[in-house]
Design a protein around this ligand. Structure first.
Ligand SMILES: [Zn+2]
Length: 193
């Protein structure tokens, strides 16, 4: 049975962080908007999707390949920060202190789709660019800890420094929620594994 409003609520409730109630509120809000604003909203979603892809170097979401960060000559290419999600790159970039590059796994070691492929690519980047340090920034939970151990054992034999950020961050917390000072301090106080 076609139920347009129910369908919209259902679609919205499938977005991360949006529960049933918020989905309902957003759906009714959208329905009450004028047509031009609804069109702007749907067009912006379609355009963002059509013009975005993954950086062939760091796997971050980007509208050009290589991405802004990988193609920026002033970034320190000897330093790569391994993150779980594109939003972690945004969180670190908000701090404006970190000047190295990134490698986005799209999940931790256990949940990453094509994780093996992404790690193989990381190792190639380390070899090809004489990378000196890898910073691991996994979420402080059980699979994040497992990811840190797994990657440090894999990367240390390559003769590079492997560090993890200093979590004064609560166990199980998401990096996205921290302000720029907290993230900058966590990176500045990173420790060698
Ligand atoms: Zn990139």
């Amino acid at each position: 049975m076609e139920n347009p409003i129910g369908n919209l609520i259902n679609q919205l409730s499938r977005l991360p962080g949006i529960g049933e109630k918020t989905a309902q509120r957003l759906a009714y809000y959208i329905i009450e908007l004028d047509e031009a604003r609804v069109k702007d909203l749907t067009d912006s979603i379609t355009r963002a999707k059509e013009n975005s892809g993954f950086c062939s170097i760091c796997n971050n979401i980007t509208d050009k390949d290589p991405c802004e960060i990988c193609s920026n000559d002033s970034r320190n290419k000897k330093l790569i920060c391994v993150v779980e999600q594109p939003k972690d790159v945004m969180a670190i970039e908000r701090g404006k202190k970190y000047k190295g590059l990134y490698h986005v796994l799209h999940g931790d070691i256990i949940s990453s789709v094509d994780g093996d492929e992404k790690i193989k690519k990381l190792i190639e980047r380390i070899r090809d660019n004489e990378v000196e340090e890898i910073i691991l920034t996994f979420t402080p939970n059980a699979s994040g800890q497992a990811s840190i151990i797994y990657l440090s054992e894999l990367l240390k034999p390559l003769g590079i420094k492997v560090t993890k950020i200093a979590y004064g961050l609560p166990y199980g917390s998401d990096m996205d929620f921290f302000d720029k000072d907290t993230i900058n301090i966590a990176i500045a106080n990173r420790t060698e594994i």
